[in-house]
Design a protein around this ligand. Structure first.
Ligand code: GUE
Ligand code: MG
Length: 291
């Protein structure tokens, strides 16, 4: 038996269509399009590719895209000054500073400088706190996209055993918070977990977010489990996930491919957060059930 392959690209395309409807409603009510500013420091080629696809998707959804490309040797004060300008710009509803930043920059200080109401990545400490408290805020895009895929495949997640492999601030920790809020029973596993194979084998839901190519083999997967692969690893064999797809697809009930799984959902959720942030800033009501 072979797993259902979860088509993240198609799911993201449907979500982007619904976002475009809400973005048009926002523009009609506010008299302007929602705006997303993306800041890229340096010339990392993979980052440049993501920034380009974010810009294209933003415009296709009927929103305005502002791109700021700064040289790799930009200093902290100059980047803070740009963030301050974007915070003060009424046409900017969302601000994303592409990570990783060059090592000489203090990323935590930059992310904390972003106005939390414009923090469409959901990385600001205030939004992290809101997520933990179950208060409305802006939720990190990749874990939110994973949750939408899981709910599409499984419906209600109540009582399911979920294992999140990876404890990053960007994916693992917020993913665990979202699954907890959805009433799953959540385990966060990581590089120091004892007998990771046994922990993963208990899971009805596996979210792999470690950044190590094909580290989770199919024989760790419980038959019928739903597997969400967040990994994007460039290898000689091309782009691969954190899960060994070829063996896992034979055991899982459903599984995301890489590419074409979580990645497109991340971008769609970024657009979602932008229209949500815009609507909150302007006091425009949106149909949140469409998002
Ligand atoms: N502040 C910040 N926020 C981010 O959300 C952020 C970031 N920094 N830095 C980089 C990572 C990476 N990221 C991806 C988004 C989309 C795809 C994506 O759409 N991937 C496609 C194509 C992959 C390819 O061919 O390269 C796929 O998986 O099918 C991948 C990766 C967002 N990130
Ligand atoms: Mg994000």
């Amino acid at each position: 038996m072979s797993a259902t392959i979860i088509d993240g690209k198609a799911h993201a395309a449907r979500l982007r269509e619904r976002i475009a409807v809400q973005a048009a409603a926002f523009a009609g009510a506010a008299g302007r399009a929602a705006g997303l500013a993306v800041v890229l420091v340096g010339e990392d080629p993979a980052s440049a590719v993501y920034v380009r696809s974010k810009g294209k998707a933003t415009i296709a959804a009927g929103m305005e895209s502002f791109e700021h490309r700064l040289p790799a040797d930009t200093d902290q004060a100059a980047l803070i000054a740009l963030v301050d300008r974007l915070n003060a710009d009424p046409a900017v509803d969302g601000i994303l500073v592409q990570l990783p930043l060059p090592a000489h920059l203090d990323a935590d200080a930059i992310l904390t400088r972003i106005d939390s109401d414009k923090d469409v990545d959901g990385f600001h400490p205030v939004n992290v706190g809101r997520l933990m408290l179950g208060l409305p805020g802006l939720v990190p895009c990749t874990p939110y996209g994973c949750l939408l895929l899981l709910q599409d495949v499984l419906g209600d997640l109540t009582g399911l055993d979920a294992v999140v492999v990876g404890r990053s601030n960007i994916v693992g920790k917020p993913m665990a918070a979202l699954l907890t809020a959805a009433s799953a029973t959540v385990t966060i596993a990581h590089s120091r977990t004892r007998d990771l194979a046994a922990v993963v084998r208990r899971a009805d839901i596996v979210v792999a977010a470690v950044g190590r190519a094909q580290m989770i083999p199919g024989d760790w997967i419980k038959p019928g489990a739903t597997v969400i692969d967040v990994g994007i690893n460039r290898t000689d064999a091309g782009l691969v996930g954190d899960v060994d797809f070829a063996s896992a697809v034979e055991v899982a009930g459903a599984i995301t491919p890489v590419p074409g799984g979580v990645g497109p959902m991340t971008i769609a959720c970024l657009l979602r957060n932008t229209v949500v942030a815009a609507a909150r800033r302007e006091g425009v009501p949106l149909d949140m059930s469409a998002l």
